[in-house]
Write a protein that binds this ligand. Structure first.
Ligand SMILES: *Cc1c(COP(=O)(O)O)cnc(C)c1O
Length: 454
């Protein structure tokens, strides 16, 4: 039978949508998913991957399966982009025991705000604060929902009504909606810019400090770097200046590495030891934990934040608290952290190991037809606005399909039950093995055989 006659046997979309078994799906999801499923079948017929139209029952079950997945808030995906902290894919995957502990704490009641000794109300932050201060050397600590919330709370509690002095080279935008000048305004403070885009001197800061100055703010330019003729004031000089005028030195670090990953990324412990009064960073960037904003600093300043009404609105929930606490526990042994925290393991794995991983996946693809497959060298990224100029050499499986376009292949992989997200580069689809767990290799091999033919 020719392809057009086969295509004519496909059920009509409207007829399918009337089937009562699809009533469990919302109206718009039902229509969207039915279209995806029919489109897939149509393109499989056109590319000879299918020679008969699947039964109505089979089509309906495909629509149901995909629809039920999409009706949920989240779907698991395989990240083959090589971007370790992929913000759109959920940044840091958690270590296994971390996720298990969070699940356990959520399945029952817990001591979230209960003191077992007195039988009365306890502090939500007590345990976490002890962990954070022990690990970092800070006097006190507080945690909120994310780092954007942390910066907002710091500014609102310490700087409202006053001027915040920032270098013009550090007026950062992160991910579209977090912009330092706007957050300062939202915190009720007044931005006082100093220096130029590429240079700020100590005297620039000194000249603007006055009666209305409430803090010096340093922002880590975590997602870009200015190169060429640049001048930045030493942290020690800034600290001395802040102390001389009795002002807090606030540092928005963004990344929050507790382990030395690169000379461009200062560690949290070094900054605290260097005299930063308030330091805040994300829980789900280089720390490798859940989404959170961690604030470290002098006890009197942290106390002001804890008492601020915004804190109640931004406070962390018990699932996150459990996950963050279990993540920090791993850091008690830094070598163990490097191995067991997925983000750190992915960022520090050797090129040799990545080569072996690529070879393993390549061999599992030996049955895949209609596609030129090879192992290629590539560059992974830290992502999440972290370590922007750092190179992470890696290996990828490069796919050049013979009977469909690269973008069609990418789309089909995204449409899978367990979607595989790759990266298109020079008309090939690359699957970077750095961010793929070997336990997913079987899935990838099987799906590629299904899509491309064997
Ligand atoms: C990422 C980042 C933020 C925002 O942190 P979230 O945890 O995403 O809210 C703020 N400041 C800097 C410097 C950052 O790198």
């Amino acid at each position: 039978m020719d392809k057009n006659s086969i295509l004519r046997q496909l059920p009509k979309m409207d007829t399918l949508l009337e089937e009562s078994c699809l009533d469990v799906l919302g109206k718009s999801i039902r229509a969207n998913v039915a279209k995806v499923v029919l489109d897939n079948i149509r393109s499989d017929i056109l590319s000879d991957l299918l020679t008969v139209v699947p039964s109505n029952d089979e089509i309906l079950s495909q629509i149901l399966k995909l629809g039920q997945l999409q009706a949920r808030g989240l779907q698991r995906v395989i990240n083959a982009t090589g971007i370790v902290l992929h913000t759109n894919l959920g940044r840091a995957p958690l270590a296994e025991n971390v996720a298990r502990y969070a699940a356990e704490m959520s399945l029952s009641y817990s001591t979230l705000e209960f003191d077992l000794e007195t039988g009365g109300r306890g502090s939500r932050m007590a345990g976490l604060e002890a962990q954070l201060t022990n690990l970092t050397g800070a006097e006190a600590a507080l945690a909120v929902n994310n780092n954007a919330a942390a910066v907002l709370l710091v500014l609102s509690a310490l700087c409202a009504g006053g001027e915040v002095v920032v270098s013009r080279g550090e007026l950062v935008e992160i991910g579209g909606s977090f912009r330092v000048p706007e957050v300062i305004a939202q915190g009720g403070a007044i931005l006082r810019e100093v220096g130029a885009t590429n240079s700020a001197r100590l005297s620039d800061y000194e000249n603007v400090i006055g009666d209305n100055t409430s803090a010096l703010l340093k922002v880590h330019t975590s997602n870009y770097r200015i190169e060429g003729f640049t001048k930045e004031v030493d942290l020690a000089q800034l600290r001395d200046l802040a102390q001389k005028h009795n002002l807090p030195l606030i540092y928005d670090l963004g990344g929050g590495a507790l382990i030395d990953l690169s000379h461009h990324e200062p560690t949290v412990q070094n900054l605290i030891a260097g005299g930063v009064d308030v330091l805040c960073f994300s829980g789900d960037k280089l720390l490798g934990g859940p989404q959170a904003g961690i604030i470290l600093g002098k006890a009197d300043l942290i106390a002001k934040m804890r008492k601020h009404p915004l804190y109640r609105a931004l406070r962390m929930d018990k699932l996150t608290l459990a996950a963050l606490s279990a993540t920090l526990e791993i850091y008690e042994d830094l070598d163990e952290a490097r191995e067991r925290i997925p983000v750190l393991a992915m960022l520090t794995v050797t090129l040799d190991k990545l080569g072996e991983k690529a070879k393993q996946l390549y061999q599992m693809l030996s049955n895949v037809r209609n596609c030129h497959i090879e192992i290629v060298e590539t560059m992974s990224q830290a992502g999440g606005g972290s370590l922007p100029c750092e190179n992470f050499p890696s290996y990828a499986i490069s796919l050049m399909p013979a009977k469909m376009s690269v973008s069609d292949l990418a789309e089909k992989l995204r449409g899978l039950y367990l979607p595989i997200i790759g990266r298109i580069h020079k008309d090939r689809l690359l699957l970077d093995v750095r961010t793929v767990d070997t336990s997913d290799f079987n899935n990838i091999a099987w799906d590629l055989q299904e899509i491309l033919g064997n």
